[in-house]
Every structure is written in C-alpha cells, then in structure tokens.
Design a protein around this ligand. Structure first.
Ligand code: FE
Length: 223
C-alpha cells in the first residue's frame, strides 16, 4: 500500500516536472515595467492597462503558444518566427505570424513608455532634428502616420538599413523586423489601445503618447 503511494508520488512528480519543462519552452506574458496605475496621470488609465496588457497582450501569448505548438517554430525566438512566417505577398498574414508579432510588439510597447516624463537624450534629439528637421516636425509626421493607418496597426520610428531614421506605419501586427529595420519607437493604434481613455480620438491619443508617455531613454537605448 505504502509502496503504491510512493510510486504514485514519484510518477506525479515526474509528470509535474515534465509539464514545467514544457511550460518553460513557451513564451510568457512579461510583467509591466511599472504598476497598472503608473501612467494614469499621463493619459493611460489603469483600466486600459488591465485590458490591454492583462487580456489583449495575454491572448497573443496564449494563442501564439498554441499556434506554434508542434510546428517547426516551437523552439525558435520571437524574432526568428516573425522573419520566417511573414509573407510580403499575402493579403492577410497567417495566425502564427499575427499572434507572435503582436506578442513581440506589445513587449516593446510597454518598455517604450514610462511614468517619468523623461527628457530626450541629446544623441536622439540631434538625430531626430537631422532626419526630420525639428522635434516638432518629427512629432507631426509620427502622429500623421498613426492617424493615417486605416484600421488596426502601428506607427513606428525605425532605423533603416542605411542608418537613416524613418517613420513608417504597418497594418495589424506587421512590424519593422519584417523589413530588416531596427525598431526605435512604436505606437499601437489598434482601438483597444485608446478607446477607454480617448474614445475615437486617435490623433489626441498619439499626441499625448509623444508628449507624456514615451520613455525617451528607452528609445535612445535602441539606436
Ligand atoms: Fe495592442
């Protein structure tokens, strides 16, 4: 009887270890780098972060893990999966790409914001002026890209292959990795990112993002 129980405990611990091992292979939802209410005074409410991080971002993690399970992508990095599954000729991207790219996009997005009203490091400031004429011109162009993205997507500040800075916009989960560009800043313009705080006013959300939410030290660290 005792022997039977010992065997049971042994096999149960093996099963638990196996499940934990499998779990460690899967992607996980990263914690926000600040508390859920940390950005509220800067225009991104606790409720938005509860929905956007805890539910929307988490769904990309769950669905992304389910989509890659048992495929050639199972043990690859997010970046490898994004490059390997993006189809430049497709009208709509596949489920693996959509979920994994959105997982990566949101991982970056939280890091690019902060509660501190950060000042812009001079290297980044000089680069923006050199590439866009002035900081105001950069902000105007960035907001225009975000406002001009029809439907869901993102607008970006990227460093292109030749080292020049560019502002781009992409649909749905498509991101700069797909085009071999380095991501310096990205803004989520899916409705779930602004509807609670700004309702339908995407341009106001974008202006507020640049003026009050961006962590410019993080942006500069990506150059
Ligand atoms: Fe989002």
């Amino acid at each position: 009887m005792l022997h039977g129980i010992r065997n049971l405990i042994y096999y149960y611990s093996l099963l638990t270890l196996t499940l934990e091992g499998a779990h460690n292979m899967a992607f996980e939802l990263p914690n926000l780098p600040y508390s859920h209410d940390a950005l509220a005074d800067n225009g991104m409410s606790k409720e938005t972060l509860e929905y956007h991080h805890d539910l929307h971002h988490n769904a990309y993690v769950t669905n992304g893990n389910a989509a890659i399970a048992g495929t050639e992508w199972e043990n690859k990095s997010l970046e490898e999966i994004i490059v390997g599954t993006y189809d430049i000729n497709a009208v709509a991207q596949n489920g693996i790409f959509n979920n994994i790219s959105q997982l990566w996009n949101h991982n970056q997005f939280w890091e690019m914001m902060g509660p501190g009203n950060s000042s812009m490091p001079s290297e980044l400031e000089n680069s923006l002026i050199e590439n866009f004429g002035s900081i105001d011109d950069f902000k105007t162009k960035f907001c225009a890209a975000g406002a001009g993205q029809f439907g869901s997507g993102w607008c970006w500040l990227v460093s292109d292959k030749d080292g020049s800075l560019k502002i781009t916009k992409t649909e749905n989960g498509v991101n700069p990795i797909c085009f071999g560009q380095k991501t310096l800043l990205g803004c989520d313009v899916w409705e779930h990112s602004y509807y609670i705080d700004f309702r339908n006013k995407r341009p106001v959300y974008l202006t507020n993002f640049l003026d009050n939410l961006v962590n410019w030290e993080n942006v500069a660290s990506r150059m």
